[in-house]
Design a protein around this ligand. Sequence first.
Ligand SMILES: Nc1ncnc2c1ncn2[C@@H]1O[C@H](COP(=O)(O)OP(=O)(O)OP(=O)(O)O)[C@@H](O)[C@H]1O
Ligand SMILES: [Mg+2]
Length: 284
Amino acid sequence: MISLTNLSFRYRGGRRDALAGINLEIPDGDFLGIIGPSGAGKSTLTYVLNGVVPHHYGGDFYGRALVNGLDTVDAGTEKIAGELGSVFQDIDGQMVASVVEDEILFGMENFRVPPGEIEGRLKAALNMAGIEDLRYRALSTLSGGQKQKVAIAAITALRPRIIVLDEATGELDPASSRQVFEFLRDLNRQFGITIIVVEQKIMLLCEFATHLALMDRGSLILHGTVTEVLQGPEVLEEGGINIPRVTSLGKALRERGFYTGILPYDLDQARTMMENLEKPVSGV
Ligand SMILES: Nc1ncnc2c1ncn2[C@@H]1O[C@H](COP(=O)(O)OP(=O)(O)OP(=O)(O)O)[C@@H](O)[C@H]1O
Ligand SMILES: [Mg+2]
């Protein structure tokens, strides 16, 4: 479990707090999507979780961040990495090897995975990510989506209890983005791994995440189940989020007095909404 208490952070030389008084609990097995406009503090929050803040990026750090009981300020990044694996926004900057299998092996050797387990874990990671055929390929020849899968495979081979991804699908086409999310959902469901993703594509989050957190200017504005967070569409729009079209439709129907129920975010829910209108809609 992750627990952030009154957490504030200002980068050295920064003009304002990148994080301002965040209180957030993320239970084990959660699939949390973090949304918010540019500069909201989403990446900084992931840096707090993996210890990059304050161990790599210094500044004024207040409050407490616990990751599976480890205080991130005391523990240091290596110890935290045993609990929490992360894929950064800058994927190329994260790669250390030149061949796919070496990228996955490097992490395991670094984390002193027993030699007898290494080949099994390597194969399982390649299989889970659906990239067995890329095992001997040079990383420089891979597409953005393939690199993303390699980075996730390298993290899963270490078997952390928590995986954090920062805009992992930013450069991917819709089909590859879905594949990454399907893979994450398998990890979440089959192994109970907690998944935390910073993601712009709200529709993917609505489909795959269980909880959403909206950040803006360093603060946590909304946090709850996907349904709960989408009940505040005005707040989401103010935060620069493109809400799902069916949610907009629900909002419009609600404003005009046709609907008083829960706002939908997928087609099934939209159908239920249309069957439960207060009065027939004419002229639409
Ligand atoms: N290394 C740094 N040094 C100083 N200030 C930084 C640094 N990184 C980020 N900031 C500042 O901290 C604030 C939060 O930035 P952060 O990168 O966490 O936002 P974000 O929500 O991830 O944005 P984006 O959607 O653009 O990735 C911004 O005001 C940013 O300018
Ligand atoms: Mg960011």
